[in-house]
Design a protein around this ligand. Structure first.
Ligand code: NAD
Length: 448
């Protein structure tokens, strides 16, 4: 279904990174007039040429289609955006503050205030970025203070749940929509902005601003907790000789538990979960209710311990000293089907191995450029074969399809020693053992 022409608002998307670019393209694809805005002129130039500045399956095709339809444009000019939009979606970054667990809200604050100071009519400003509870209320007061005479600005929050790697699908067919609003008018404008998605029967929760903000923090905390829970069980397995993959399978078959996000391995990373649980914990402490979510500190600690345990296991496997050991590090992205290396466990492990004197050759099908920017000292291979050449130990760090389906016989011919450490429990141990590999994994007994 397309939006009804008489109701469809003109949309802007402020901040065209992973979230904003996907949102802008998807909304134009659905039939809305969309203007994407970013302060990064390079990003805007690429998007206008039809190039997605990051790796996201399916997005380049949709971008091309949306540009060709004439409904989508990108600009760095906020005046144009203020003039154009009826509903403005703010999708700028909310990274972790340096030296603190809090979220850095300066991009959100500046996007809202810069926009508000330019608008002279009635519009809806919708935050999609993940923010600490209370941000929308604070921004409401802030934009009302600075908005020019004649303007009527209302703030709403519409948290985003898309997953990198499935971003287009998740945007067009979300599990649910959440509208945090302060008036029936704002709800009506958001309903108009999501008409085709709602028409498909997508569940909608209409709520207040604080609840909408909290849905996102709570959802990410739950997911992080589930991952750390099974990784804590992995620690127990390592101390007792139990097998965490069988444990996870048995637990997951209980419908009340479920198998998703119950995969034992190297743990979570990326530009969302780690910083979001820290920011949530920090915000709760500010509110004087730190005890309520103090467990998130443990969730974070369990997650970081997996990285240290991985390095210890690799050290043990190569005989106790990593100096001069050639490591083929398979993966750099925080998860497969993404080129995002923000707080990536894979890169963190590669870096720690390097710091212990290993010669680390990293190969990632999509994330090498981003990884090189963060850690230029590591060696980057341009193919799996190149990474494997003369390796003393092969470490699977990100479970890309290319690695899961690679042939252990062919791989075995490249390396110096057929020793593999599977930090994602993603390889088939029997296939590797049959091809003469010594197979090691997290949370599982080592059998020859
Ligand atoms: P990102 O860093 O990829 O993109 C942010 C963009 O905002 C950048 O292109 C930056 O140049 C731009 N920007 C910064 N200040 C600006 C301003 N004043 N005006 C215009 N543009 C500005 O970040 P992201 O991954 O897209 O995340 C954005 C937000 O969405 C974060 O709050 C994140 O937690 C949340 N989120 C992300 C995902 C995801 O999978 N990436 C999913 C759900 C929610």
């Amino acid at each position: 279904p397309s939006p009804s022409p008489e109701r469809a608002p003109r949309l802007t998307v402020i901040g065209t990174g992973y979230l904003g670019a996907t949102h802008a393209v998807s909304m134009a694809f659905l039939g809305y007039e969309v203007l994407g805005v970013d302060i990064d002129p390079h990003k805007i130039a690429l998007l206008n040429q039809g190039t997605v500045p990051f790796y996201e399956p399916g997005l380049p095709e949709k971008l091309e289609e949306a540009l060709a339809s004439g409904r989508l444009r990108f600009t760095t000019d906020l005046d144009e955006a203020a003039e154009f939009g009826d509903v403005h979606f703010v999708c700028v970054g909310t990274p972790q503050k340096l030296g603190s667990e809090a979220a850095d809200l300066r991009f959100v604050d500046s996007a809202f205030t810069e926009l508000a100071s330019r608008i002279t009519r009635k519009v809806l400003l919708v935050g999609k970025s993940t923010v600490p509870i209370g941000t929308a209320e604070r921004l409401t007061a802030l934009v009302q203070q600075i908005s020019p005479l004649g303007a009527e600005l209302e703030v709403a929050w519409n948290p985003e749940f898309l997953r990198e790697g499935f971003a287009v699908q998740d945007t067009l067919h979300p599990d649910r929509l959440v509208f945090g609003v302060s008036s029936p008018w704002a709800e009506d404008r958001l309903r108009a902005a999501f008409e085709p998605i709602l028409a498909e029967g997508t569940p909608l929760i209409v709520t207040d601003l604080a609840t909408a903000e909290l849905v996102k923090s709570a959802a990410n905390s739950f997911l992080a907790t589930k991952i750390s829970y099974i990784n804590a069980m992995s620690e127990v397995c390592e101390a007792t000789g139990a097998d965490v993959t069988q444990l996870a399978e048995a637990l997951g078959l209980d419908e009340r538990i479920g198998s998703r996000f119950l995969k034992p391995g190297l743990g979570f990373g990326g530009g969302c979960l780690p910083k979001d649980i820290r920011s949530f914990k920090h915000r709760a402490e500010e509110l004087g209710i730190g005890a309520a979510v103090a467990f998130l500190g443990e969730v974070d600690a369990i997650n970081i311990r997996r990285r240290l345990r991985t390095v210890a296991l690799i050290r043990q496997v190569v005989g106790g000293d990593l100096t001069g050991v050639r490591v083929a590090a398979l993966g750099a992205a925080f998860k497969p089907d993404s080129d995002d290396v923000r707080d990536a466990p894979a890169l963190d492990v590669a870096r720690m191995l390097y710091l212990e004197g290993a010669v680390v050759s990293v190969y990632d099908p999509e994330a090498a450029v981003n990884a090189h920017r963060v850690y230029p000292d590591l060696e980057y291979a341009s193919s799996l074969d190149q990474a494997l050449a003369d390796a003393d130990v092969t470490v699977l760090l990100t479970e890309w399809e290319e690695f899961r389906t690679a042939d252990p016989v062919e791989m075995g011919a490249r390396v110096r020693s057929r020793t593999v450490v599977d930090t994602r429990n993603a390889l088939n141990p029997d296939r590797y053992r049959a091809a003469g590999w010594d197979y090691w994994a997290l949370g599982r007994p080592h059998t020859a």
